[in-house]
Design a protein around this ligand. Structure first.
Ligand SMILES: N#Cc1c(N)n[nH]c1N1CCCC1
Length: 330
């Protein structure tokens, strides 16, 4: 089998939302596919009304195929401090034309304010590795892991775009979705993530390559590109008026500043070009005078995060069959 589903950016490409259908009859939700976590959880009939602000809620009591996973509970806290928790049902899940009949659907009986405020987002589908799933007493496998053996190829691809809809595809590589060739690099999944190491980077079209291994995760659920502070400092030295502003929580610069492109090396002789315009995320003031950088530090995380600012510059193959990540220009 193969599947393909459209994913649509929200304002400033802060996140990408993807349609999914749960249960019988189908209940349609919009979720955030997150390759940086491994739980599929949704707003539900069990989420307190005070914590719901327009989200679509999955109601297992209205699904003839829903089965409660007795005794199972889950709770998750993300790196940004947001969190959610609840219990678990098994139900049919369909996305992009592929379906799995007994997917663990983690229904939220509590969500933090960040999720309540994210009014178009009905939940998260984690597509990292099941080893970091938060359901107890028994961890659950992800939607992709459940599909894997029935897919034509044991992989999925992400084609996120700047300010336009893109696609997640399952089980095949769309040759029309990228240019040139795909460079593959090993994935270390021991921490449960799609973790890989870039050999280094280049700042600007005429910049010199800096050999400096950067270990990080390919994470569609993180908006920005989070790299070591030495790299980030070196980049913003090239941006006039840029400074680290603790009040804004990161590097800020005049919105009319010229931003150099940033090249992330992959394997021995390939690199992904992030255009300068992707390196500006959003205005920090209502006048639109100063802008928050799309590149910020990975301080305190323990590894770098190749989030949407990077991923939307590439065609990305998440190849579980060969434990590798493929990257191509597009
Ligand atoms: N923090 C964080 C984070 C991450 N590193 N991957 N996905 C994350 N989130 C998904 C929804 C909220 C945060």
């Amino acid at each position: 089998s193969t599947g393909s589903v459209v994913t649509t950016p929200q304002q400033y490409d802060v996140e990408y939302l993807t349609p999914v259908t749960i249960g019988t009859p189908g209940q349609n939700l919009e979720i955030d596919i997150d390759t940086g976590s491994s739980d599929f959880w949704v707003f539900s009939s069990e989420t307190p009304k005070s914590q719901v602000d327009g989200q679509t809620c999955y109601n297992p009591n209205k699904s003839s195929t829903a089965k409660k996973l007795e005794g199972a509970t889950w709770e998750i806290e993300y790196g940004d401090g947001s969190s959610s928790s609840g219990d678990v049902y098994l139900d049919k899940v369909k996305m992009g034309g592929v379906n799995f009949s007994s997917q663990a659907v983690e229904v939220a009986s509590k969500v933090s304010a960040e999720f309540t405020a994210d009014t178009n987002n009905d939940g998260l589908m984690g597509l990292a590795f099941g080893s970091i799933n938060q359901v107890r007493p028994q961890k659950q496998t992800t939607f992709f892991e459940n599909l894997q053996s029935s897919l034509d190829k044991p992989l999925f691809t992400a084609d996120l775009k700047s300010g336009a809809p893109g696609h997640f595809n399952f089980g095949y590589i769309d040759k029309n979705a990228y240019t040139g060739s795909i460079t593959y690099t090993p994935v270390n999944s021991t921490q449960g993530f799609w973790m890989w190491t870039s050999p280094g980077y280049t700042i600007g079209a005429s910049g010199k390559f800096k050999s400096s291994p950067i270990e990080g995760i390919a994470d569609t659920g993180t908006t920005l590109l989070l790299l070591p502070s030495s790299v980030v400092k070196a980049y913003y030295k090239n941006v006039s008026g840029a400074s680290y502003q603790s009040s804004n929580g990161g590097y800020v610069f005049p919105c009319d500043a010229t931003l150099p492109s940033f090249y992330v090396s992959v394997g021995d002789d390939a690199r992904i070009k992030i255009p300068g315009k992707y390196m500006s995320y959003a205005p920090v003031d209502s006048q639109g005078q100063n802008c928050f950088g799309g590149l910020q530090t990975d301080d305190g995380i323990g590894f770098s995060i190749f989030g949407d600012v990077f991923l939307k510059a590439a065609f990305v193959v998440f190849d579980a069959g060969k434990e590798r990540l493929g990257l191509a220009a597009k």
